[in-house]
Design a protein around this ligand. Structure first.
Ligand code: URP
Ligand code: ZN
Ligand code: ZN
Length: 462
């Protein structure tokens, strides 16, 4: 059904102006002030956006939905994750494909696609993890890139599970450079963490509050430096995911000043939560165990300022949903067994609006840039996604900045049994969310169609 969004204030990464948007089919076809509804076909749906912002659909460049990890599986599927994403204003997800070291990459790609197909209500694409890169599997990665996934993920952390040897890292980054593929990377020194974890456990320091001390900032900065050294040698374009602290940001910026093509991602938990959450008593801290860990509060200002100055390109979530009961509590005897992750897919945009824009840490334009446009540009989706332009997909968020409420588990669509932001003040809410012209969410409720989401095949852009 054709759609007219009238009377809104359009906010993009660069512009802020009043106009109406008309969408015929799945794309934006008119963008002008005062479109006369009488000039439109009968049956056109009209959304009144008076007093509201209209944003391009938000893109989350780092989520985990199907994730076998640390002896369990992430709690969401594409239906629950889509509902959560959409009511929170996110219309496109980029999920990490994370196979185990013994799995065949192409089979993993097909498995992850099958998990999304038929259940996604958002549009989606993937970053392909490289957990080993011997000669035998290299052609499979070329095939995956040709099939529309021109971005790799590497883990410098998780010794014995997801991390890859330097020999394989170097080889993978070389092929990535040849193919124009960007390498996204979890940067923490796996061996240093392993040694620190063993020492802490041997000293009886087993609670969730010891997760942070087992992976201090210098361990992350070392990982960033290491990745950037290889990028420097090879010319590969790299992107540091969930960059959490001053030391790591500085390592990336130092490499950028040396000429390395490195982009920086922050994620919402690091912007608004600090290390004291993981220190909460009675094992409550386990809800806040993620990697890299929550940091000292002073790092939050570094990250917000990085986004504001656009030194940091994106704000994602690293949504990795594990319930407190039955999953996080697998680590009761030792923090190294607590599944890592803080689910945030639904809350990200409202948290950025409440604690970034409303507190004058970010402009609305910077919010759109970090939560939508930069991800589209970096990962080959722009201007189909991340923009309000004629010809762009009609992925739009009509946003009510005057809404007042609180974050709560009761309103959460993710399949986990807790909300990390429970009871927090919330300023703003998506009133209407469209994906390719169809309304998928209204005022916190999912009203869309499960299975409507499409796989976004991308071209290499680096
Ligand atoms: O704690 C995290 N980040 N869990 C998900 C896996 C990863 O490292 O991205
Ligand atoms: Zn990670
Ligand atoms: Zn992740």
């Amino acid at each position: 059904m054709p759609l007219l969004i009238r009377g809104g204030r359009l906010i993009t990464a660069t512009d802020d102006y009043a106009a109406d948007i008309y969408c015929a089919g799945e794309t934006i076809t008119r963008l002008e002030p005062g479109i006369d509804p009488k000039s439109l076909p009968p049956g056109t749906e009209i959304v009144d956006a008076t007093g509201r912002f209209v944003f391009p659909g938000f893109i989350d460049p780092h989520v985990h939905i199907y994730l076998p990890f640390m002896g369990t599986f992430a709690a969401d599927d594409y239906a629950s994750a889509s509902r959560a994403a959409l009511v929170g204003g996110t219309t496109t997800l980029i999920e990490m494909i994370c196979p185990g070291p013994a799995d065949e990459p192409w089979e993993a790609f097909e498995l992850w696609r099958a998990k999304a197909h038929g259940l996604a209500a958002v549009d989606y694409t993937f970053h392909m993890s490289v957990v080993r890169f011997e000669e035998r599997v290299r052609d499979q990665f070329r095939k995956i890139v040709a099939a529309g996934v021109p971005s790799f993920k590497v883990f410098l952390a998780y010794k014995g599970a997801l991390n890859l040897t330097d020999e394989h890292l170097f080889a993978a980054m070389k092929v990535a450079q040849e193919l124009g593929v960007i390498v996204t990377a979890h940067c923490e020194n796996a061996d240093a963490i392993d040694a620190l974890q063993k020492a802490l456990l041997a000293a009886g320091q087993t609670g969730p509050e010891w997760h942070g001390p087992s992976r201090p900032p210098v361990v992350e900065a070392d990982g960033v430096h290491h990745l950037c050294t290889f990028a420097d040698l090879l010319g590969t374009h790299v992107y540091t995911v969930h960059t959490s602290c001053d030391e790591a940001v500085r390592a990336a910026l130092a490499a950028r000043y040396r000429g390395v093509n490195v982009w920086i991602e922050s994620v919402i938990p690091h912007l608004v939560l600090d290390e004291t959450y993981a220190e909460r008593p009675d094992f409550e801290g386990a809800k806040y165990v993620m990697s890299p860990p929550l940091r000292a509060k002073r790092n939050q200002e570094v990250l917000w300022n990085g986004v504001k100055s656009r030194a940091i390109s994106t704000i994602g979530t690293d949504h990795a949903p594990f319930s407190f009961r039955g999953q996080k509590d697998m680590g009761k005897e030792g923090f190294t067994r607590i599944p890592n992750g803080i689910p945030s897919i639904q809350e990200r945009v409202d948290l950025v609006h409440t604690y970034g824009v409303a507190q004058e840490r970010l402009t609305l334009n910077a919010m759109v840039d970090a939560c939508s446009t930069q991800a589209a540009r970096l990962f080959g989706l722009y201007p189909k996604k991340g923009a309000i332009r004629i010809g762009s997909d009609a992925d739009l968020v009509v946003y009510d900045p005057a809404y007042r409420g609180t974050f709560s588990k009761a309103e959460s669509h993710s399949n986990v049994d807790y909300n990390a932001y429970d009871g927090w003040e919330r300023l703003g809410r998506a009133s209407v969310v469209t994906v390719r012209g169809a309304i998928q969410a209204r005022d916190g409720k999912f009203v869309g169609t499960i299975g409507r989401g499409q796989f976004l095949a991308r071209e290499p852009t680096h």
